[in-house]
Design a protein around this ligand. Structure first.
Ligand SMILES: Nc1ncnc2c1ncn2[C@@H]1O[C@H](COP(=O)(O)OP(=O)(O)OP(=O)(O)O)[C@@H](O)[C@H]1O
Ligand SMILES: [Mg+2]
Length: 176
C-alpha cells in the first residue's frame, strides 16, 4: 500500500487487491487565498472571471474546487463508454472517489519517453498541456503502454485518435 499525490487526485494503491482508490482533491486553501486577495485588492471585475473559468482549468474557482471530481467522473464515463484498450480500466465512481485497476509505473529516461510520445502524437501532444509527456500518467505491463490518468475531456480526442497506435507501437527500450 502506498500514497501517491497528483494535483487532482490523491491515490491509495492496494496492489494486493489489484486496485487503487483515487480521491478527488479540493484545493480549498488556494481557493480562499485567491478570494481574499481579490477582496483585499478590490479587484471586483476579476471576481467574475475567477468564477466563470471552466472547471477544467486549474486556476479558476471551479477548477480549485471540483476539478478532481470532474476528472474522476470523466475517467469512469470515458472508460465505460469506449472500453478503449489503451485506457486502464476504471471500475467504479462516486465522484469523490474512483476505483481503478492497479498498475506498475514506468521507469525510463524522461526525454526518451517524451520524444517517443511526440513522434506518435505530433501537435496533438499539446492538446492537454504537458499531460502526454509525463510518464507517471502511463503504465507499461511488459507488453503494452496504457494510460492511467485520462479524466479530463480536453485529452479525450487525442486519446481516441492515437491511443491504439501508441499502445501497439511504444517501445520502452528505445533511447533517443
Ligand atoms: N491505476 C493506478 N495504478 C498505480 N498507480 C496509480 C494509478 N493511478 C494513479 N496512480 C499513481 O497516482 C499518481 C496520481 O494519479 P493521477 O495521475 O491519475 O492523478 P492526477 O491528480 O489526475 O494527476 P496530475 O497531477 O497529473 O493531474 C500517478 O502519477 C501514479 O503514480
Ligand atoms: Mg497524473
Amino acid at each position: 500500500m502506498a500514497l501517491k499525490q497528483g494535483y487532482d487526485r490523491t491515490v491509495i494503491t492496494l496492489p494486493s487487491l489489484g486496485i487503487v482508490l483515487k480521491f478527488s482533491n479540493i484545493h480549498i486553501i488556494l481557493f480562499v487565498k485567491q478570494i481574499s486577495r481579490i477582496v483585499a485588492e478590490g479587484m471586483w471585475k476579476y471576481l467574475w472571471h475567477y468564477f466563470s473559468w471552466p472547471a477544467e482549468y486549474r486556476g479558476g474557482a471551479r477548477g480549485r474546487l471540483v476539478r478532481g471530481i470532474l476528472a474522476n467522473i470523466g475517467e469512469f464515463t470515458f472508460y465505460q463508454s469506449t472500453k478503449n484498450p489503451f485506457l486502464v480500466p476504471t471500475y467504479f465512481t462516486l465522484g469523490i472517489v474512483n476505483i481503478q485497476k492497479y498498475c506498475n509505473t514506468i521507469e525510463m529516461d524522461e526525454m526518451s519517453f517524451a520524444r517517443q510520445m511526440s513522434q506518435f502524437m505530433g501537435d496533438d501532444i499539446f492538446s492537454d498541456s504537458h499531460h502526454f509527456i509525463e510518464q507517471q500518467n502511463f503504465t507499461y505491463d511488459g507488453n503494452r503502454l496504457r494510460i492511467i490518468d485520462y479524466g479530463l475531456k480536453k485529452g479525450h480526442k487525442a486519446i481516441a485518435k492515437h491511443g491504439k497506435h501508441i499502445m501497439e507501437n511504444f517501445d520502452p527500450t528505445k533511447v533517443f
